[in-house]
Structure formats: structure tokens, C-alpha cells
Design a protein around this ligand. Sequence first.
Ligand code: ADP
Length: 461
Amino acid sequence: MTSQSLSEAVAEIVDKFSISEQRLKSISDEFIRLSKLGLHHEGESMSMIPSYVTSIPNGKEKGTFLAVDLGGTNFRVCSVHLNGDNTYDLLQTKTSIPRELMVGTSKDLFAFLAKRVEEFIKTHLSEKFDEDSVDHQLKLGFTFSFPVNQTAINRGTLLRWTKGFDIKDTVGQDVCKLLQDELDALNLKVHVAALVNDTVGTLMSRSYSSPGQHSTLMGIIIGTGTNCAYVESLDAVVKLGESELASLAKTSNMMIINTEWGSFDTARAVIGSTEYDDSVDQRTPNKGMHLFEKRISGMFLGELLRVVLTDLRSKNLLFSSSSPQLETEWILDTSALSRIEADFSQNLIATRTLISTDLGLETTLEERKAIKTIVSAIGKRSAYLAGAVVAGILELTSALDKSAGVDIGMDGSVIEFYPGYESLMREAVSAVVGQEKEARVHIGIAKDGSGVGAALCAVVA
Ligand code: ADP
């Protein structure tokens, strides 16, 4: 092993992950092209799902609302009290879904969910919930993180279950109605007013909480996965058809669109691919799909690093031996990359401890420097790809030509905790739209998308 060959190999890897300014522009252009296709026709690679949310909050909304979130193994019930001054109070409970209900019948699952809502109301909202008053019917926003074909703000049929759920008789059914029927069976005065995607909730939550004077244009999540919702002109959503558009246009000229940008894949040649990406993709259940997400989000970056390190080890360029941990797929969490990125000690002590603890391997300083360089390349590519498509949405909507500034709400551990992520994203945005425009983009963390955001969807429904 020579230091020269390790540094050469690392330089080559960094080069493979790097994205030139020209390529950022190509990515943005391709994203705009595919987004427009998705707004015109169903079944395009960019889903561009209409949310039927046609207004955004201004922070003055008031009242108490319910929100529920079925996203995976847990079911959350929250009450959201909007104070009308950009602030809110949130109370929530979380229950895990029993395994047998994930593969049982629709009725059993939705009855279980309705029962949790009843318990929540009895425990936390009894004084606000007057059983005899129709006026006190509570509006509920339902965050449902599974693929649905949404046809109205509170109507959407399940396309397929994911994440371990497999209840045959739910597919093709309206999930809002299934929940409403079970709430009605318990005589609860609760109205399922909105079916909400979590990125739409993030946008709504940011729009309510943001103290700035600029309107919120996007809600972005970069956590386990990645996705974005944004505010589009109603007439651009051509696929809704003339009569639906005419009907919606009576009350609004905009609609929030859920881009599902994680599947911005057909542009594989444009977004770029390394042998390491292919290797990670091979280990996923949805091979060849969601390739954009697999280069950006928390679920994949740790494994990407492990695959690169394994490759260097197999070439005898890194580590004096392998270890069972290094050979274990998905063992590295993306938080490890954050910790290495944040290690500015002279001898990279935190990195040494991390590699020793997480991978059971001892390292030389030279090796730790190499690892840190690779980590930065992976993190930077993630942020650059996200920045390129943010720029795409800025151009697609001409938002910065129409107003002095725009606001973006973001959520997810990668955005929140990866050191320098926002600055890197901004670099990419600036490379595409120019520095002057980039400086007019305001970014803030938007919490509680599936709580307060879902409640706000119920408010505007
Ligand atoms: P979710 O998207 O599931 O709602 P999060 O936003 O917390 O939840 O995202 C979880 C993902 O973020 C995981 O894939 C995890 O690896 C990654 N993650 C957790 N902590 C950090 C961190 N400090 N830096 C970067 N990524 C992180």
C-alpha cells in the first residue's frame, strides 16, 4: 500500500461524485422538462400529484384541530391549537400498530385508528369537545404516507401498501372514507377534512409559522427519503382537465403539487451514476427506481460510504484488514457522515473513535483524512442534487421574477444535522439561477408538517 495510490484512488472517487456547474444546469433543465410533462399527463416519471390544497396559511388562522399520521409502524394523533399569531400548541400521542393489524382487514385497522382518536379526545380534549354541539365538530387532517390516487382534498384511493402493510381489501378504497366510517361508528363528531402528504404539510406548517414577508413556495423533506411540494399556478396543472380546472378556478388560482421528486430517475444519465450507486441500488427492494432519492437521502448515504470503503479495502488501499461490521450491509447510519464531516480536530480523533466503534477498525491519520474527503464528496453531491432541483422549481414557477423573495420550509435530519448542507444547496442553486436570485431565497426549518401542517390543510379544506 502506498500513500500515493490511496490519494489517487480518493481523488478519482471525489471526481466521480462531483457535479460541474454545467451539469447542475442540465439537471435543473431536465427536472423542469419532466415536471411539465407530469403536470400535463398522468403516468409520467415525475408524478406531480395535485394535492387539492388551493390556499396557504398566513399565520392568522385560529382554532383547535386534529391531525393523525399513519406513516409506518406508528400511528400519531395530535391536537393542534393555532393561536393566530404564527404560533401553535401541539399535543400528541403515538401508538405502534400491532403487526397482525398490518396484514389483517381494512375494518380492523381503521377501527383501531378511530379508537385511538376517541381515546385521545376523551383524555385531552373533553372540555373542548361538546358532545351535543354540531358546531364543535372537529376537523381532522390525515397524513397518510402510502401511495394514493388523490381525487379531492379529502378523497384518495390506496394504490398499494408499502412498508410491511398488506391488507388486500384496502387497495382501491378511499382511505378517508374508511377512517370517517369508523369515527362515525364511534359517534365522534370528527370530520376527516383533508388527506395530506407530509411535504404538503411541511409547506403549510412553514407558511403558518414563517414570520417573514415572503410567501412560502416549497416544502422539502430530506430525512429517510426525500420529496418536495410546491405552489403551482392552477392553470399549469393541465392534467386536471378543463371542467375541474374551471370549477377550482372559482375560488383560487393556485394549487400545491406533491412532486414525488425522489423518483426523478429517467434522467439517470443526467443525475450521474457511479459503480457505488449501482451497488447500493442492487441491495434495495425497488431496484432501478427512486434513483434520485438514493443519491440524496439519509437511508442511503451511510451505505454508500460503506460500499466505497469496502471497495478501497478490497484493493488493499485502506485498512490493514476487513471486519465483520465493514462487511455488514446498511450498518452505517448517515449520522456517521455528519459526525465525520464535523470533525475538525487535528488528528481527526472523533473519526478514529467512530470508525473503531462502528466498523471495528483502527485507522491511520492518512486513512482518516481519506475517509473524510470521501464523506464530503458524498454529502456535497447530495446537497448539490437537491439544490439543482430547487433551482428547477424556482425557474419552473418564475417565482423570483414575480416577487422580491421566496420562502422555503425544510424538514428532515439530513437537512437539519448534516454540517453545511444548506450552504452547499445554496451553492448549487446559485450556480443555476445566479447569485442575485439565490440571495432572495429564504430557507427555514419547518417542524411538525404531519401535525400542524395536516391540521392547516384541514383548516383550508
Ligand atoms: P423520517 O424521515 O423517517 O421522518 P428523519 O428526518 O429523522 O426521519 O430522518 C431519518 C434519517 O436521517 C435516517 O436515514 C438517518 O440515517 C438520518 N439521520 C439521522 N441523524 C442524522 C444526522 N445527524 N445527520 C445526517 N443524517 C441523519
